[in-house]
Ligand binder design. Sequence first.
Ligand code: NAP
Length: 253
Amino acid sequence: MQVLILAGTTEANALARLLEGHSTLAATVSLAGRTNRPSRTALPYRSGGFGGVEGLADYLRANRVGAMVDATHPFAAGISTNAAAAAERTGVPSMALERPAWQPGPGDHWIPVPDLDAAAEALRSLGHRVLVTTGRQELVPYEAAPDKHYVIRTIDPPEPPPGLADAVYIQDRGPFDRESEAALMAEHGIDVLVTKNSGGDATRGKLDAARERGIPVMLVQRPARPEGVPVHHDPEAVRQWLEERAAADHAPS
Ligand code: NAP
């Protein structure tokens, strides 16, 4: 059975590795194509947008895709909405694979905000030295709080950089552990962190470091998922679901 994995996350890579050399599942991994040097597995890849819902529906039909897994980032709302609509339009069964959101524990001082505009607004009255880890594509909102010292960490350089007078740019790719995050915060005298509630272990070290440092965390909440698409957190469970779909496809009617 042909499988399409909408990828770009640790979970997508984990699922892809489970499907390498599989006897009944022939998976193709789809990347948006924005990150230079994306991490890859041995599965075949395609890269770049499909051209909206219709383009994705055409792709599913043309490639006789029997099941689709939306393993994109929890904040990649556009592609998830398109995937749900294309699945409905074509009748291709789909499933989302998503890491659980982070939950606060004792000692955490998290301030939930709905989006980056709200984060920048809240920053006006909180903190002076800000560590930003919300991605390179959405830095313009911080221009609404211009009088801060920003330390902006992204995987690839922001293009173009935002209009911030006092900003340090760091390019680095996780995973980041608690010790290295604590060292980064100490080096730059960070007194507030802004991050998305991405979930997962690879980047949660900054939350632990912030708690130990006693600083607040502005946590951008996840956008709502499209209705009607079941969500799994475990790549192994998604592989089982795909195997069941493949078996059902080949069962005599
Ligand atoms: P988005 O706003 O949801 O997607 C914008 C457009 O990019 C989509 O409409 C689609 O174009 C194309 N696209 C996105 N993911 C794709 C994929 N896996 N394969 C083919 N086309 C894709 O997404 P985004 O926030 O720009 O994120 C882009 C990718 O980076 C996603 O795959 C996501 O998992 C990954 N990522 C995002 C974040 C984040 O914080 N947003 C963080 C880490 C990784 P068409 O309409 O032309 O099909």
